[in-house]
Unconditional design. Structure first.
Lengths: 489, 231
C-alpha cells in the first residue's frame, strides 16, 4: 500500500508546476538551494570557532539561544509550511485503510525542507564539537534531542495551523521576549539554557524530548484520523463575508474601482496578506545596514541599496506579481469594458501609496541621522519614478498564476523566475547604485543623491509615455498570459 | 450582428474549429450544440478575443474583435467560474461589474431586485464570498452579471449545467425574455438539446469543429437533433 503512495508522491513531484520546464530556472533554483545549504553548513562549522574567538563557551552559548531558535522556527513554519490536506480527498473512497493514509500524510511532512535544513546546521556543528573533544555520547544525545525538537515543531505546526490569529499573537510574544531580554527586564534564557545544556550533560534527559515527540505524534495521528471527513478536518474554512463599499474611492473613477478591488484582494486572501507582512519586514531590513552591525554593509552605496529595499518592500513583493494577482479571473478582466491603462494605473497608485507610507513609517531611521533618512527618501523617489514602472513592465512577462488562498511561496514564487523578468530587476538595483557611485567618485554624496532623485523625477515626468509602452506590451502578451493563467497547478 | 469569415483555430496540426461562414442577425437567439470537444467554447473564446484565430476573423457590429476593443462595451459574457472574483461577495461583484459598465448602484439594485426569484434567496445578503458558494449558485451570479448594463450581445457557455430543475426553468424564462428583445442577440451553448431548442430561434450543431447542422427551430427540431446525435 505504501508503495502506491510513494508512486503517487513521485508523480506529484515530477509533474508539479513548480518543477517547471525551463532549464535556466532549474539551474537557478539549484544554485539557490545549494547557497542556502552552504550557509547553514557554514554556520554549523563556523559557529564553534567564531564563538570561541569571542571568548564564549560555544555549546553553552548555542544552547542559551536555542529557545529563540526554535520559537522562530515555529513562527516561520506557521507562516510558510503548508499542510498537505487536499491530496487526501481522492484517497478516501479508495480501498486504503484510514490509519495508513494518516501515517503517510504525517510521515510526508517529516521529509519537508523545513525539517532537514536544520540537520545541515546541527550535524556539522556536532561533528566540530566531537573533533574539539566534547563527549561523543553526550553530543549524540544532544543531537537526538535537537532533531526531536525540530519534529516537535513540525507537528505543533500541523496542529496549530488551523488557528488563524495565532501567528500574530505568537509574533508579539517572541518580540516581547526578545525586547525584555535586550533591556534586561526578563531573561528567559536563564531558565531554558540549563535545560538545553542538560541535554548534553545529563544522559537520558534527551528521552524527555523524544517522549514529547512521540506523544505529539500520537496526538496528531488521532486528531487527523478522527477528522478525516469532508466536513471536519478536510473542510476548507469559510469566512464570514461582509460587503464593503469603500464609496469614498468612487471619486477616482475607474482607478477608484480597481483600487477598491485591490484593497479587498489584499484584505481577504492569505497569500496577499502575507505580502503585506513581508513588506512590513522589509521596513526593518535597513537596520542591518545603518546600525553598523555588519561592517561590509556600512558603506554609502550599500545605504542607498538599503533605502531602496526599505521604501520599496511592497513594490517588490506585491508589484512584482502584477497582473498575476488577478490571474484567477483574468478572462473576466479581458472581456469587460476595461481600459488597460486604468487597470495598470490603479496598480501603480497602490504601489505609490504603499511606497509613500513605507517612507513615512521609515522615519524612525532619523535616529541614525538625517543623512540616512535623506538616502531613504531619495531611494523612495527613485522607486516611485522608475522602479514602479519597471515592475509593472516586468509583470507583462510574469505568467505565473497565483493561488490566492495558499500562503506558501511568498518568498518569490519559484516559477516566477524568467529571464526577462530577471533582466528587468537589474536596473531596479544597479542603475541607482551606479548613479550614486558617480557622486561618490566625485567625493560628493549629495551629488549622488541628486542624480538618483533626478532620475526618479525624470521617470515621473515621462509617466504617460512609459504607460503607453507598458500598455502595448500587456496587449501583445495578452493571449499567452490568458493561456498560462488557465493552467492551474 | 455577428459575422464569421473563414474562421479556423489550429493547435499544432489539429484543427479544433473551422467555420467558413456564419452570420447571426441582430436579435436572434442562437443555440450552439455539440458533444465534448466539438468547439463550442473555442468559438466563444474566439468571439471574446480570449484566444487568437489561426485564420479568418469575427466581426460583431462591424467591429473586428481581435483588432479593436470597442465590442466590449456592448457584450456581456459568462464562460466559466474564472469569470468570477472569488474573494468578493456577490453584491460587491455586481457593483464592480456595474462600475466597469458605467452603471450606478441604483441600476444594479434594480436589476438584482428583478432577478430575486432567480437567486432563490441563496445569493444576496448571505455573508459568503463567491469562492465559498456552490457551483450552481456561482453560476447564477455569473449569468445575472452578464445582464448588467443592458448588453446587446449576451454570451453564455453551458448555462444550464449544474443548475437545479427550478433554476433551469427560471433561467429559460430569462433567456426567452432576452430573446424577445429585438435589440439583444443571445448566444447559448449546451449539451442539452431540449433546453436549447426551447429557448433558441436557431440551432447550430458543431461536430469536431465543423458546422454540421444549421436549423431554424420548429416542432421537429428536437427530434431531428436527437436522431442526429444518437449513434
Amino acid at each position: 500500500m505504501i508503495k502506491k503512495f510513494i508512486f503517487l508522491e513521485w508523480k506529484a513531484f515530477i509533474r508539479s508546476a513548480s518543477f517547471g520546464k525551463n532549464l535556466a530556472m532549474k539551474i537557478l533554483l539549484g544554485f539557490l538551494m545549494i547557497y542556502f545549504s552552504l550557509i547553514f553548513v557554514g554556520m554549523g562549522v563556523g559557529a564553534f570557532y567564531i564563538l570561541k574567538k569571542m571568548n564564549l563557551e560555544p555549546l553553552y552559548t548555542v544552547n542559551r539561544f536555542m529557545i529563540y531558535y526554535f520559537l522562530l522556527d515555529l513562527l516561520v513554519r506557521l507562516m510558510l509550511q503548508s499542510i498537505p490536506v487536499l491530496n487526501i480527498k481522492p484517497l478516501l473512497v479508495l480501498p486504503f485503510k484510514k490509519p495508513t493514509i494518516v501515517h503517510f500524510s504525517l510521515g510526508k511532512t517529516a521529509l519537508s525542507f523545513f525539517n532537514w535544513i536544520h540537520a545541515l546546521f546541527f550535524v556539522p556543528f556536532s561533528i566540530v564539537l566531537i573533533i574539539e573533544g566534547y563527549d561523543i555520547i553526550g553530543i549524540i544525545f544532544w543531537n537526538l534531542a535537537m532533531i526531536s525538537f525540530t519534529y516537535i515543531n513540525n507537528f505543533l505546526n500541523i496542529i496549530l495551523s488551523n488557528i488563524d490569529k495565532l501567528f500574530v499573537g505568537f509574533l508579539v510574544f517572541i518580540v516581547a521576549l526578545g525586547t525584555a531580554h535586550y533591556y534586561q527586564i526578563f531573561d528567559i534564557t536563564i531558565f531554558t539554557a540549563p535545560f538545553f545544556q542538560g541535554l548534553y550533560e545529563i544522559p537520558g534527559l534527551f528521552l524527555l524530548a523524544v517522549l514529547v515527540l512521540t506523544g505529539l505524534y500520537i496526538f496528531s495521528f488521532r486528531f487527523f484520523k478522527n477528522n478525516l471527513y469532508l466536513d471536519a478536518g478536510l473542510s476548507v474554512k469559510e469566512d464570514i463575508a461582509q460587503t464593503e463599499n469603500f464609496s469614498w474611492l468612487n471619486q477616482f473613477g475607474t482607478v477608484g474601482t480597481f483600487l477598491k478591488n485591490d484593497i479587498k484582494l489584499i484584505k481577504r486572501n492569505k497569500r496577499s496578506k502575507t505580502t503585506i507582512f513581508m513588506s512590513f519586514l522589509f521596513l526593518f531590513y535597513g537596520l542591518l545596514f545603518f546600525s553598523g552591525g555588519i561592517e561590509a554593509y556600512d558603506k554609502p552605496v550599500m545605504h542607498l541599496l538599503a533605502g531602496i529595499f526599505v521604501s520599496g518592500g511592497f513594490l517588490f513583493v506585491f508589484g512584482q506579481f502584477v497582473p498575476s494577482w488577478d490571474s484567477s479571473y483574468y478572462q473576466l478582466m479581458m472581456t469587460q469594458n476595461i481600459p488597460y491603462r486604468g487597470y495598470i494605473m490603479a496598480k501603480w497608485w497602490m504601489i505609490v501609496i504603499a511606497t509613500v507610507v513605507s517612507t513615512i513609517l521609515a522615519s524612525f531611521y532619523l535616529y541614525f541621522g538625517w543623512q540616512i533618512y535623506l538616502t531613504i527618501v531619495v531611494a523612495a523617489i527613485y522607486n516611485i519614478g522608475v522602479n514602479s514602472h519597471l515592475v509593472l513592465l516586468g509583470g507583462a512577462f510574469t505568467k505565473t498564476p497565483i493561488d490566492l488562498t495558499n500562503a506558501g511561496g511568498a518568498f518569490g514564487d519559484k516559477k516566477a523566475f524568467n529571464v526577462t523578468a530577471m533582466l528587468l530587476t537589474l536596473p531596479k538595483m544597479l542603475l541607482p547604485l551606479l548613479l550614486y557611485g558617480i557622486g561618490i567618485y566625485f567625493e560628493n554624496k549629495n551629488l549622488g543623491l541628486l542624480l538618483v532623485a533626478g532620475t526618479g523625477i525624470l521617470g515621473f515626468i515621462f509617466k504617460d509615455k512609459v504607460f503607453t509602452l507598458i500598455e502595448k506590451r500587456y496587449k501583445i502578451e495578452k493571449y499567452s498570459t490568458i493561456s498560462a493563467y488557465k493552467q492551474k497547478n | 450582428m455577428i459575422q464569421v469569415n473563414q474562421l479556423s483555430k489550429k493547435y499544432n496540426d489539429t484543427t479544433v474549429l473551422n467555420i467558413n461562414n456564419l452570420e447571426i442577425p441582430k436579435g436572434q437567439s442562437f443555440g450552439l450544440v455539440g458533444n465534448n470537444g466539438a468547439g463550442k467554447t473555442t468559438f466563444f473564446s474566439l468571439l471574446l478575443d480570449l484566444i487568437q484565430p489561426s485564420t479568418g476573423n469575427i466581426k460583431t457590429n462591424d467591429i473586428q474583435v481581435n483588432t479593436s476593443e470597442n465590442w466590449k462595451s456592448f457584450t456581456g459574457s459568462f464562460l466559466d467560474e474564472s469569470f468570477l472574483i472569488g474573494y468578493l461577495t456577490p453584491e460587491e461583484y455586481f457593483y464592480f461589474i456595474g462600475d466597469l459598465r458605467h452603471q450606478n448602484k441604483a441600476d444594479i439594485d434594480a436589476l438584482l431586485a428583478k432577478h430575486e426569484e432567480f437567486f432563490n434567496g441563496e445569493i444576496l445578503k448571505n455573508k459568503k464570498y463567491l469562492r465559498d458558494l456552490s457551483k450552481g449558485n456561482q453560476k447564477k451570479v455569473g449569468i445575472i452579471a452578464t445582464l448588467i448594463g443592458n448588453p446587446e450581445v449576451v454570451i453564455l457557455d453551458e448555462p444550464f449545467a449544474n443548475l437545479d430543475p427550478t433554476t433551469v426553468s427560471r433561467l429559460k424564462k430569462i433567456i426567452k425574455e432576452l430573446a424577445e428583445d429585438p435589440n439583444v442577440t443571445v448566444l447559448v451553448s449546451s449539451h442539452d438539446l431540449q433546453h436549447t431548442v426551447e429557448v433558441c430561434d436557431r440551432i447550430v450543431a458543431l461536430n469536431k469543429g465543423e458546422i454540421v447542422k444549421d436549423i431554424q427551430t420548429s416542432k421537429e427540431t428536437l427530434q431531428e437533433l436527437e436522431s442526429f446525435f444518437a449513434v
